[in-house]
Design a protein around this ligand. Structure first.
Ligand code: RNT
Ligand code: ZN
Length: 415
């Protein structure tokens, strides 16, 4: 235990915070790591461009090209972020035997056997996402399509994914979050806004109608404000998402890159928690038109973490990361984002929320503001260093040396 930690521990004890207890709590918070940062959302089932209004820019060398490469990169990244993890997969990451291939509406649990083995060996659960983009049938709308062949194809895909999600939960013994996000929308002003949304409701109902074990699979629906090429109208808007999930008893998923720039997910969490028993988050960083930059330790990231912790409902919130940057070392991108969100959670756990709440309720807003600002220079960095130590990971940028070595020995060989 470092001298610096001992001093920090004392300082936090003075405001009623037990840093040892915080460290233990933080270790157990599971962050779902998105496999798609490792290969620019490429997947293994189709060669072709990423579609659906999302885009990965950059061509930093070393992208994972095969399941084995992606698994090795995931291992490397997870080993540099102390604490519990889940693995977040997309359906397009199905692994086929040589010569075998099935379309997305025919995917089976066996196409994910290798992922299950990978997760089980590491004691992790798996989260899952049907892939309603980067596919020949995803050039226009998917679950909201006016073309019945296309719409029903995607409904079958959603149903197949529900069964695969159940398989993940059964195999790992940990519930699976299955997140539905569709890119459906229109570039220009719609003549009919209601029709596609009504079809989306119908499709979602059809997916859920096959029945599934709600204690094992949490189906979430992710809304969005717009995407590239669908600037004027997004079928799965925020109001659509909220209405659907609350009426069907499924779980809302908020991605903080999916709202107008002055809207904050941190302000939405408490409202959602008052009406939904569970909540899921995609933690990301929006920059202008892009919703998927690497998570940094900015004010909104900290505020989201604060709301999660202060709500007292952290166990009801599924935390996942969602970004993809191909312009920097992809493993480092994962690690930077994961460590930043964990730091944000740590800072939130080191905050005397009860004291601050009391001040707010007493309307002593001056003292509340003073204390909030003073806390910003409390020695959370020393607690972070101790946390990393206890998790067996490096606390400073030294972890980066590992990534540089990995780049030299592994990533740079991928040519
Ligand atoms: C897209 C959504 C969605 C995707 C992933 C790949 O805007 O955020 O969550 O990023 O499914
Ligand atoms: Zn997302």
């Amino acid at each position: 235990m470092s001298e610096a930690y001992k001093i920090a521990k004392k300082k936090y004890a003075e405001i009623g915070i037990d840093t040892d207890a915080v460290i233990e709590k933080l270790k157990n918070v599971s962050v779902s790591m998105h496999c798609w940062q490792g290969d620019d959302v490429g997947g293994f089932d189709f060669d072709g461009e990423l579609s659906g209004g999302i885009q990965t820019t950059g061509n930093y060398p070393g992208k994972a090209r095969t399941p084995d490469e992606l698994m090795a990169d995931i291992d490397k990244a997870m080993s540099l972020d102390g604490g519990a993890h889940k693995l977040n997969l997309h359906a397009c990451y199905a692994i086929f035997e040589k010569g075998e291939w099935v379309d997305r509406d025919a995917l089976l649990p066996k196409h994910f056997e290798k992922w299950v083995k990978f997760a089980k060996e590491r004691g992790m659960g798996i989260d899952f996402n049907p892939t309603f983009f980067s596919h020949p049938k995803a050039n226009g709308m998917t679950l909201a399509s006016p073309d019945e062949d296309i719409r029903s194809f995607w409904v079958r895909h959603g149903q197949a994914c529900l069964k695969i999600s159940e398989y993940f939960a059964e195999e790992t013994g940990i519930p699976t979050v299955m997140n539905i996000w569709i890119p459906d929308g229109l570039k220009d002003c719609p003549a009919d806004r209601m029709g596609p949304r009504a079809r989306f409701v119908k499709s979602l109902d059809e997916i859920l109608s096959i029945g599934y074990d709600r204690s094992k699979v949490y189906v979430t629906l992710e809304s969005k404000v717009f995407g590239i090429g669908v600037e004027s109208y997004t079928v799965g808007s925020a109001e659509f998402g909220m209405g659907y999930v609350l009426s069907r008893g499924i779980v809302p998923l908020m991605d903080n890159g999916h709202y107008h720039p002055t809207e904050c997910v941190s302000d939405k969490i408490s409202s959602m928690l008052l009406f939904a028993p569970k909540l899921a988050l995609h933690v990301t960083r929006g920059v202008r038109w892009d919703s998927d930059h690497v998570v940094i330790l900015d004010d909104e990231t900290r505020e989201i973490a604060k709301e999660i912790v202060a709500s007292g409902r952290i166990d009801d919130i599924a935390i996942a990361l969602d970004y993809f940057d191909a312009s920097i070392n992809r493993v480092a991108a994962w690690v930077i984002g994961m460590r930043n969100f964990r730091k944000a959670l740590l800072i939130a756990m080191l905050t005397p929320h009860e004291t601050l709440k009391e001040l707010q309720d007493k309307e002593d807003n001056t003292k509340r503001l003073m204390l909030t600002e003073e806390l910003k220079s409390y020695p959370w960095g020393d607690v972070w260093a101790e946390y990393c130590d206890r998790c067996g990971v490096k606390s400073t940028s030294e972890w980066y040396d590992d990534v540089v070595k990995y780049e030299k020995e592994v990533l740079s060989q991928r040519v």
